[in-house]
Design a protein around this ligand. Structure first.
Ligand code: GTP
Ligand code: MG
Length: 553
């Protein structure tokens, strides 16, 4: 037993702190994505470890824990060589934790405040009379705990609280109750990750016939192995006999000298926390989004935003305005009486609306609202983005991805409408060729008007018996007649020839508008659906890396 705790691997404080920081980073990354109840233990550890390491690394807090009557207080007093904690026959005796500090009390005050031992139950084990006797335990803070199997619920709560804080636990069992189920299932088994800061003593060994002791120890060892505590030091003590605790002093002295127990304890907690957290991010790198899912989203967004309707209106408006600009001047005016298709949708590019597109109010357009089918198609597309992004992720993450995909759903209609309203549909200015054809139309019309005026003038002169004009002729046709008929015919011909060109150019304008609208709608999809989803995926990936770092021992 003298080998207890010997040859254990040292825990590097810097490395431990780095691992704790990685857990802290992990918690920051998964915050809001995973249910809080799965993270309580990790949050508690990060907080507790930070405090414990900041308080005092020169002290080793050791708890004597066990069932009532096992002899915790007796061992406490025997180690302190003073009657500090009352030992009694009435069970349970110890109701509040007592502490004994080896070394100056002041240095340990903040640590004891944190552990929660009342000042009147703190004792100091250092006196000039001892000389150097106790110097080997300098830095030890020994706690005498109440019984954990107590009829008093408060004792049990106090024990559970302290077992979460102390650096090293000495489990005290006695020959009568060492096999009790509670101590094994509720306590010892829970400490299997803390084998390097756990010690078991079979107290009251003096009550056993010497021949019985090895058999009881072997039986207890078997139970401890079954608890997952193989390798944990097990020793026999007799608190009533000063020599009966020598075996216990030795591992305590070693623990105090090494100043490793606090670090080992935290490392055990950290290992347990990391093991529990691992299943939250244990599904490899996320597959991410593929092009076809994104394209599906864009299609659905375009449908819901009315891209096709607007593009159609662009084509119609192009034909409408083009015909007005290039048509036969005599009938052009009629067209202006018909409403402009783009203006009907309250979209910029409508002539004379004079609005700055960037300032258009949200939901300013009159693009028809999406139909129920378009809305449900959008819902499905968002769902399939979420499904695809969340595919293969461990529990809770798919739900987080879905929540992110839908997080800005209510703002989406206004955003789509705004994007449509702000898109430059390419209908701001009249094409040059419209103006050229329009000018030509005016020219031939002017020729017809001149011809008509000339003819009317000749007719009037004849009617009034005045000398007739000398009409030049082109071939056999008089020039005024040629101007009138030629002008009219040319106007009709130009209008007829322009029509197919207008139709072709209108289709081109529609395609261009459609491209710009689709791009605008895709930007909305990126900002409102894909970016939140990708943020969750990158949190997942970073959380995985943080946890891998936290797992590195
Ligand atoms: N023979 C013998 N008696 C012991 C030994 N240790 C403790 N006792 C006795 O066992 C009884 C209980 O001891 P305590 O030290 O009060 O036990 P405890 O574990 O502190 O009990 P609670 O405070 O109720 O949890 C007392 O009567 C002690 O004198 C021992 O090693 N040998
Ligand atoms: Mg006691």
């Amino acid at each position: 037993m003298r080998e207890a705790f010997r040859g254990q691997q040292r825990v590097d404080a810097g490395a431990l702190v780095a691992r704790l920081e990685a857990v802290s980073r992990f918690l920051g990354l998964v915050d809001g994505h995973l249910p809080d109840k799965q993270l309580v233990a990790a949050h508690t550890l990060v907080e507790r470890a930070g405090t414990r390491l900041a308080l005092s690394r020169d002290h080793t807090v050791v708890a004597l824990a066990g069932a009532t009557g096992s002899g915790k207080s007796s061992l406490f007093n025997a180690l302190a060589r003073m009657e500090l904690s009352p030992v009694g026959v009435r069970r349970p005796t110890t109701g509040v934790t007592h502490a004994c500090v080896w070394g100056p009390l002041d240095d340990a005050t903040r640590l004891l405040d944190w552990v929660g031992v009342l000042p009147r139950h703190r004792f100091v084990r250092e006196s000039v009379l001892d000389g150097d006797d106790e110097s080997t335990l300098h830095g030890l803070i020994l706690l005498d705990l109440p019984d954990f199997d107590s009829v008093q619920r408060s004792h049990q709560l106090e024990v559970d609280r302290l077992l979460g804080l102390v650096d090293l636990v000495v489990w005290v069992v006695d020959p009568q109750k060492y096999a009790d189920r509670v101590i094994h299932t509720s306590y010892l088994r829970e400490f299997h990750r803390h084998r390097d800061v756990t010690l078991v003593v079979l107290n009251q060994a003096d009550r056993l016939p010497p021949a019985e002791l090895p058999r009881v120890l072997a039986d207890l060892r078997r139970l401890l192995d079954a608890d997952g505590l193989d390798g944990v030091p097990l020793l026999a003590t007799a608190a009533v006999d000063p020599d009966g605790i020598a075996g216990l002093r030795e591992p305590l002295e070693r623990a105090v000298a090494e100043r490793q127990a606090a670090l080992r304890r935290l490392r055990g907690d950290l290992d347990a926390v990391v093991a529990d957290l691992t299943e939250l991010v244990d599904a490899g790198e996320p597959a991410g989004l593929n092009d076809s899912t994104v394209a599906g989203l864009h299609r659905a967004l375009a449908g819901a935003a009315g891209v096709a309707a607007v593009a159609e209106a662009v084509e119609a408006a192009y034909r409408h305005r083009g015909a007005a600009a290039t048509g036969w001047p005599l009938v052009r005016g009629w067209r202006r009486l018909r409403p402009d298709p783009l203006r009907r949708l309250h979209l910029p590019g409508a002539p004379g609306d004079g609005k700055d597109p960037a300032e258009s109010l949200v939901a300013a357009t009159s693009v028809p609202d999406p139909t129920a089918a378009q809305r449900s198609a959008l819902g499905l597309a968002i769902r399939s983005v979420a499904d695809r992004a969340g595919a293969g992720l461990p529990a809770s993450w798919p739900a987080a991805v879905t929540a992110a995909a839908r997080s800005r759903l209510t703002d989406l209609p206004d955003a789509l409408d705004g994007a449509i309203a702000r898109t430059d549909l390419g209908m701001g200015s009249r094409p040059l060729w419209w103006r050229l054809v329009g000018g030509l139309q005016w020219l031939v019309t002017a020729a017809a008007v001149v011809g008509l005026g000339w003819l009317v003038l000749g007719y009037a002169l004849r009617a009034l018996g005045l000398p007739e004009l000398d009409n030049p002729t082109v071939g056999v046709v008089p020039l005024p007649t040629l101007l009138l008929l030629g002008g009219l015919l040319a106007g009709l011909l130009v209008a007829a020839l322009t029509r197919p060109a207008l139709r072709w150019a209108a289709r081109r304008a529609r395609r261009r508008a459609e491209q710009r609208l689709t791009a605008a709608v895709a930007d909305v999809g990126a900002a409102y659906v894909l970016t939140p989803v990708r943020a969750v995926l990158s949190s997942y990936a970073e959380a995985r890396r943080a946890l891998a770092e936290a797992a590195r021992r």
